[in-house]
Design a protein. Structure first.
Length: 683
């Protein structure tokens, strides 16, 4: 693998996911990041241009709802608002003071493939489309017979699964995440019998690691191929130590003194760098180089970006690019076994000695050290001139590193594991339920807790109940809970996200579908308008009162029902085939079943109930019950057929049978006969 000459835009890695999802549904989307931007997160995962600020179409929201994206991020970077759909899983991680969750990883799991991206970029507009960043990608894929087609780097997959399963113990909401556990189990199962690979995962700061410091892992990997020190160390980084100790000293202590040290950084970032960052004076280092990257782009870099992004006219709108890539290369003698690292770790002690949570990948590759340096400098558009002599010998720094990636974390509410918003059965009231760490006292009285303009009063792990009319606007705006430490009134406080109870989530899911026919049309072809970027659609119920207008689709109910049955039959065939394909690849987990079949079918039943209620509201009670009975009967038939491939659907089948029997017994002769027919069809 060469990092110097591959200039692939990141969105391209995800562009084909929606196209392939019709035959290979996405089971899980997962991102680990330091910070994220709401819009970029949605655009990347929905497969739309990153600079698109328009409202996502209904079909794209439905597509994302089926993927249930999960984001693990540094808790200090939660904002007051997260303009994200209700089905996004946000897991803030609180690191120790003056450290951070700095890992950047992106995982996509489908029925037949897994794709993992590790690198230096955050889920922000600058990280995804503006900065100079680096990343490595990994893919696992199997064919129609269930045999893996690609199985390299199995050790990277296994180590990444261990991070998801064990690495966040004691780290807030992520430590009890069912989504992380499910992804880890899927990865382990798929690579269980596969040998290792050429690349190695380098992790730091995660709670399950025996060797917590990434520098020890890198040094051990170097010593597995070399007895002496590197001939040259090359470091690409925007940030460096700002205290009185330096990473280069720790590196030299573990691998020996290199003959040459080469640093590549941004011209704007050089202000915190000194000659001391290259090692102690007289310490044996013979040659030192500093290469600067100017933010303004050269004509050559513009041409390269145009080619990588398939810009036909060659016009690149960017005027400047900041350096955010992190690379270390330890060069071996005679160009043999150079050790490359790329990932999230800056050239700082906090990144490499275990304070931060970091992720990267390392591998060996042959090549002359001069070619290594030239390739890296070309890759990030660095000036080949040596600017080392312009640096001061040392810089007077603050005692602690305080760049924008680190926060002190004063009085952060670490005792909170999870916050769930519950709704009463009729959705008249809402109430927050708190889960706290068993080893830490619940200290709610140390904070002023607000949800929008509402101040919470917490007793026995629950807030007071909020009337729906008074609080629904705050819910719809997705305002997070603000924890203001009473002992530190001058700090900004902390915003903690919450999740929705299943009942509330189901009600929110219904907003994506105005009626049962819309559900059928979507699941007949769920990716229309997703991969192709179809026109934006208005969300249902934008007008027409609380429940919207009752849709008088056809004046003749017989014709309307016939059209409905035709649409249902086509959708039924598509869902049965999709279930057969999914179940044929590997046993579908309970989580996978709920996400791709159980939850959509339950939503459809709720839509039938809502349609029945609206018809009753318009004075058509008998017709409403008859239509519900026949449509629910067709749904029951579909569920029974799906049961041939999906045994987990039995619970929904039982529910439908009971409700149909109850409805038939209270209706006219035709309804009773139909309910009796459905009961006999079971046997």
């Amino acid at each position: 693998m060469s990092i110097a000459y591959q200039h692939r835009p990141l969105p391209e890695l995800f562009a084909d996911l929606a196209i392939e999802s019709d035959q290979d549904p996405i089971q899980q989307l997962l991102a680990l990041t330091f910070e994220f931007d709401d819009r970029q997160l949605l655009n990347l995962m929905a497969g739309v241009p990153l600079n698109d600020d328009s409202t996502l179409s209904v079909n794209r929201l439905r597509f994302l709802d089926g993927c249930q994206p999960t984001v693990v991020y540094d808790a200090s970077n939660t904002s007051a608002f997260n303009a994200l759909p209700h089905f996004m899983n946000l897991l803030p991680v609180k690191a120790a003071p003056y450290s951070c969750h700095h890992a950047k990883a992106y995982l996509v799991i489908t029925g037949a493939s897994m794709r993992l991206v590790l690198g230096s970029f955050n889920l922000t507009r600058t990280g995804l489309s503006r900065n100079r960043e680096v990343f490595a990608e990994f893919e696992w894929r199997q064919n129609s017979t269930g045999k893996p087609e690609s199985h390299a780097d199995a050790d990277v997959w296994r180590d990444f699964a261990a991070i998801l399963e064990k690495g966040y113990r004691g780290r807030g909401a992520a430590q009890h995440s069912a989504e992380l556990a499910s992804a880890a189990a899927t990865i382990r199962g798929r690579v269980a019998d596969v040998a290792g690979g050429q690349r190695v995962l380098i992790a730091s700061g995660f709670s399950h690691l025996e060797a917590n410091a990434a520098i020890d892992q890198l040094a051990a990997l170097w010593r597995s191929r070399h007895r002496g020190a590197p001939v040259e160390v090359v470091a690409v980084s925007p940030f460096f130590d700002q205290a009185s100790s330096y990473l280069i000293d720790d590196l030299v202590a573990r691998i020996g003194v290199p003959a040459s040290m080469r640093v590549v950084t941004g011209a704007k970032e050089v202000g915190n760098l000194s000659q001391r960052h290259f090692g102690k004076a007289g310490g044996g280092l013979e040659t030192r180089y500093l290469h600067l990257i100017h933010a303004d782009m050269s004509a050559q870099e513009r041409r390269r970006i145009a080619v990588a992004n398939d810009i036909r006219d060659g016009t690149v709108m960017l005027e400047a690019r900041a350096l955010h890539a992190k690379v270390i290369v330890l060069c071996g003698e005679q160009g043999k076994n150079n050790l490359y690292y790329i990932g999230s770790a800056n050239f700082t002690r906090k990144a490499w000695l275990g304070d931060n949570q970091e992720l990267g990948v390392a591998w060996f590759e042959d090549g002359a050290s001069s070619d290594v340096a030239r390739g890296l400098m070309e890759g990030v558009s660095a000036d080949p001139a040596n600017h080392y002599d312009t640096l001061p010998a040392v810089r007077i720094q603050q005692e602690r590193e305080e760049d924008r990636d680190y926060a002190g974390g004063i009085a952060y509410p670490e005792f909170i594991l999870r916050i769930t918003l519950h709704g009463s059965e009729a959705l008249q009231f809402m109430q927050f339920h708190f889960e706290t760490h068993p080893d830490q006292p619940a200290s709610f009285d140390h904070y002023r807790i607000q949800w929008g303009r509402h101040v919470l009063e917490v007793s026995e792990m629950r807030s007071q109940a909020f009337p729906w009319a008074a609080a629904s606007s705050v819910l719809l705006q997705r305002e997070n809970l603000h924890f203001q430490p009473l002992e530190a009134p001058d700090i900004a406080g902390y915003y903690l996200p919450y999740i929705l109870q299943d009942g509330l989530r189901e009600q929110a899911d219904l907003v994506l579908f105005p009626d049962p026919e819309a559900w059928l049309a979507y699941y007949l072809n769920p990716y229309s308008g997703v991969a192709t970027g179809g026109p934006d659609e208005r969300l249902p119920n934008d007008a027409g009162g609380e429940d919207g207008d009752y849709p008088d689709r056809e004046a003749n109910p017989v014709i309307a029902m016939q059209r409905y049955l035709n649409l249902f039959a086509d959708t039924e065939a598509a869902l049965i085939e999709r279930a057969r394909l999914v179940a044929g690849r590997e046993p579908l987990s309970e989580t996978g079943y709920r996400r791709h079949f159980g939850k959509p079918l339950t939503t459809f039943l709720c839509l039938l109930d809502r349609e029945q209620a609206r018809m009753r509201k318009h004075g058509e009670s008998q017709m409403a019950d008859m239509i519900w009975l026949f449509k629910a009967g067709e749904l029951l038939g579909l569920c029974r057929k799906l049961g041939e491939s999906l045994p987990l659907i039995k619970e929904l089948v039982n529910t439908l049978e009971q409700r149909i029997a109850a409805c038939g017994s209270s209706g006219n002769n035709a309804m009773q006969s139909y309910a009796h027919y459905q009961g006999r069809a079971r046997s």
